[in-house]
Design a protein around this ligand. Structure first.
Ligand SMILES: [Zn+2]
Length: 275
């Protein structure tokens, strides 16, 4: 490490910024070779270390999962598991309104303005931490448990243009989730695939491959007109997402793989604790 930087357990010192007390997010696996100091708009300092480590491996598994992302339920897996995301902004929207209002009443450039600005920035930083923590835990669990992970490519930027949806979607962090899955899959040697969002994953019956036509967003459950199977909208989509890289355009393969997936279906609902 650079000479004018000192790192001792809970304290960090550099010539430029002086002393910092450290709160470790996790233990360093080895002695760092370098450190980068980042200051965010909420005046928080982050230390990022470069550490050399042995590549990690996970035990091989035959499990695979298709993941359908949504607004109401954050993620539905092809085995029927549903995961709700924390929605930190929804809960604290009034607090944000109050902070923003207070900021708008201050004169730009004044000390009071700066104080109010930092309060708003701190508020946003906390929301971000809650979301990131959730996305990290969930993506790690998915990568740990599955060899193959298939996700539908979502037109996030197109959806965020719809103002009504935009707040809900930004609060969810789909894009970050995809980035986390991608990175961890590469790190641990898992097979991560993204399928085209134009595949009719919601409209296709995962039991027989029949295409039922567009479903209104309100329709959460439906029955296939061809084979009579009853479907949970998101679970059916997740099964189709899982088999899509191999099967769309090949009905028989689709049916076989989808049927395999359906056998192992269990239903459980998990709600992630707010942190
Ligand atoms: Zn059917």
């Amino acid at each position: 490490m650079h000479e004018d930087l000192k790192l001792v357990n809970t304290k960090f010192r550099s010539a430029k910024i002086g002393k910092l007390k450290i709160v470790w997010s996790r233990e360093l696996p080895a002695a760092p070779s370098s450190v980068t100091v980042i200051k965010d708009s909420a005046h928080r300092y982050f230390l990022s270390f470069v550490v050399e480590i042995q590549p990690e491996t996970l035990p091989q598994t035959d499990n695979s999962v298709g993941i359908d992302l949504g607004i109401k339920t954050f993620a539905t897996f092809s085995d029927g598991t549903k995961v709700d995301a924390p929605k930190p902004l929804k809960k604290r929207i009034n607090k944000l309104r109050k902070l923003s209002k207070s900021l708008s009443h201050k004169t730009k450039g004044s000390k009071r303005y700066e104080k109010a600005r930092v309060r708003v920035a701190k508020f946003h930083a906390k929301l971000k931490d809650t979301r990131t923590d959730f996305l990290h835990k969930l993506s790690t669990e998915i990568i740990r448990e599955n060899q193959t992970i298939v996700l539908e490519d979502l037109n996030v930027s197109g959806m965020v243009k719809n103002r009504k949806l935009s707040r809900a979607i930004s609060d969810l962090g789909w894009r970050t989730f995809r980035t986390f899955l991608e990175g961890k899959a590469e790190k641990y040697g898992r097979d991560f695939r993204v399928i085209n969002r134009w595949e009719p994953t919601s409209q296709t019956c995962s039991s027989c491959g029949f295409k039922g036509g567009k479903l209104d967003l309100q329709v959460r459950e439906w029955e296939c007109l061809n084979c009579g199977s009853k479907h949970d909208r998101d679970e059916n989509a997740a099964i189709n997402i899982l088999v899509a890289p191999w099967a769309f355009g090949d009905k028989k393969a689709h049916r076989t793989r989808a049927a395999e997936r359906r056998k192992g279906t269990r239903s459980k609902k998990r709600t992630w604790r707010q942190v």
